[in-house]
Design a protein around this ligand. Structure first.
Ligand code: SF4
Length: 321
């Protein structure tokens, strides 16, 4: 049985870790871009960012003054039991957010959209968001926090089947150029592309692709994996680099997630996880231990299951088109 207090401790610690320590995969990605960067100013920004990450870790202070919008993704093992149930888990996540905002400190960004009132702790109406997923044959709970910055670094377009992959590329380029020119998110970013689903699923998949997959990770569908690499190259070829300066470092990596959609449409969303790609994960084990990591391991084979169980056992899905 997992105790609620353990959940609170884990959530508080990952709030701190996410705000302060840049994940290794993103850091390696940025370092790898420095040598390849063609623009002087863009290369200068990349080096300054690496210095900034190191200073944040050393001083135990947030890597960016803008906390973004802290949120949670929780993956629950099917056999996990919590002493105060899952309402207790949500209460713990809210209280850990408030405590971390005060202690780290995090900028209390969350306000009421109309009255601009706030509680000074990043907690409020529908905030922080908590998204749930499940995992068979497991008795742990994985809690991931993401502090997504780049308030405007997201866009959506309803395309049609006839637009094809070229239509997606056009939308991706339009979006990245607009974000870069208008300073809507600090690059280089991990770009997430959601394709398919309903409109809300499309947005959700794209955001999860940006925030919950590590640099270097590839989609298990080889054709989608190829597109990810192609989109990354495309994003880095528009002439804009770090922070929108002339250069070639716009995209650290690109991740695509797809969902079955209406036969008449092809919704697409684009999301950028900015220069402060803040994420941290805690696994709370059934015996009360907590282990920490930076790879959320969110998209498990169970998450991406394509069909109902009796069909996956009998049918060869690679032949279903
Ligand atoms: S986009 Fe990211 S790096 Fe830029 S100010 Fe916002 S949180 Fe900070």
């Amino acid at each position: 049985m997992i105790e609620n207090a353990t959940i609170e401790t884990a959530a508080y610690e990952i709030m701190k870790k996410a705000a302060i320590d840049i994940p290794d995969d993103y850091l390696s990605g940025i370092k790898g871009m420095i040598d390849l960067e063609t623009g002087d100013l863009s290369a200068f920004v990349l080096k300054a960012m690496v210095d900034n990450y190191e200073a944040a870790t050393e001083d135990r202070r947030p890597m960016c003054a803008d906390t973004g919008l802290p949120r949670y993704y929780v993956k629950v093992g099917n056999n996990a039991r919590v002493d105060e149930g899952f309402v207790g888990v949500e209460r713990s996540l809210r209280s850990a957010t408030a405590r971390a905002t005060l202690d780290v400190p995090l900028r209390p960004n969350r306000v009421h959209p109309l009255w601009r009132t706030e509680h000074n702790n990043n907690v409020g109406l529908n905030a922080p968001e908590v998204e749930w997923s499940f995992e068979p044959d497991a008795d742990w709970i994985d809690i991931t926090t993401v502090h997504k910055g780049g308030l405007f670094g997201t866009d959506y377009r309803m395309l049609f089947p006839g637009d094809g992959v070229d239509g997606i590329k056009r939308f991706l380029l339009d979006t990245l150029i607009a974000f870069g020119k208008r300073g809507l998110a600090c690059q280089p970013a991990i770009v997430g592309v959601g394709v398919g689903g309903s409109k809300d699923t499309c947005m959700q998949l794209g955001k999860q692709a940006a925030c919950l997959r590590v640099v270097g990770d590839r989609n298990p569908d080889p054709k989608i994996a190829e597109l990810e690499l192609e989109f990354k190259e495309l994003g880095n070829s528009i002439g804009m680099g770090a922070m929108g300066f002339v250069g070639s470092s716009m995209v650290v990596d690109c991740h695509i997630e797809a969902g079955f959609t209406h036969t008449g449409g092809m919704p697409v969303s684009v999301h950028t996880f900015c220069l402060s790609s803040r994420r941290a994960t805690a696994r709370v084990h059934a015996d009360g231990r907590i282990t920490y990591r930076t790879d959320p391991q969110w998209f498990t084979p169970y998450m991406r299951r394509e069909s109902v169980a009796w069909q996956t056992e009998k049918a060869d899905l690679s032949n279903t088109g």
